[in-house]
Write a protein that binds this ligand. Structure first.
Ligand code: ADE
Length: 214
């Protein structure tokens, strides 16, 4: 799956995207990430990308021109839907992540300031997504959350031993619930791993985990 991430802070992404599972997914060519600097598309001589809102009010608004030119340019090479990250969007859930993981490409727009000029929403945005009911300073963290949640669902990204859809039991959990996990040592600070988990009795282990779901 290919993501084109449109942002005025492309460097924010380098660290997270070059570690762990997201890094390996790119190495395995299961994931392609490209960060596009919106500022480079500004025709303003100071590469300005924001201005005061018509009608007055607090904060600044991202101007239409750089966003329009940036999205139009990226759309030539990325045929996926344009997703705008905003606290006013549809909440990202596991079900939404599964749906999006079926796409082969998508364009993700990270907003800043008070938001983007409404005409960009009217003309070019296909879907608006929020990562929760709180307001962040921009869409960059939400874009990383979105990429992470989708990446682990892409076939081949997680190994067999911790696959996102490893068995019917995990499917029942649907990413919502969790049972207690233990690993070595068997005793830590006097706390012992429950005997059932050491028993090797798979049916009993599943029953125990079911009983512990939160
Ligand atoms: N931009 C600012 N806050 C956000 C949120 N909660 N979700 C998505 N984008 C955002």
């Amino acid at each position: 799956m290919k993501f084109s991430i449109l942002t005025i802070f492309p460097n924010i992404f380098q660290s997270y995207f070059s570690e762990s599972i997201v890094k390996r997914a790119q190495e395995k060519k299961l994931l392609k990430l490209e960060m596009v600097d919106i500022r480079k598309f500004s025709k303003n001589k100071h590469h300005k990308v924001d201005d005061r809102p018509y009608g007055g009010g607090a904060g600044m608004v991202m101007t239409a021109q750089p966003l329009y030119d940036c999205i139009k340019s990226v759309k030539k090479k990325n045929k996926g839907p344009v997703i705008y990250l905003t606290p006013h969007g549809k909440t990202l859930t596991h079900t939404v992540a599964i749906k999006l993981s079926k796409l082969s490409e998508c364009i993700v727009l990270c907003g800043r300031y008070e938001g983007i000029d409404q005409r960009i929403r009217d003309l070019l945005i296909d879907e608006e997504i929020s990562i929760g009911k709180y307001v962040l300073t921009g869409g960059e963290l939400p874009a990383m959350v979105l990429v992470d949640a989708i990446t682990r669902l892409l076939p081949g990204v997680l190994g067999d031993e911790n696959s996102a859809e490893e068995d019917s039991f995990t499917k029942k959990l649907h990413g919502k619930k969790e049972y207690p996990h233990y690993t070595k040592p068997a005793v830590f600070k006097g706390l012992k791993v429950p005997d059932v988990l050491m028993s090797g009795h798979h049916k009993k282990i599943e029953e125990w985990r079911m009983s512990k779901l939160e």
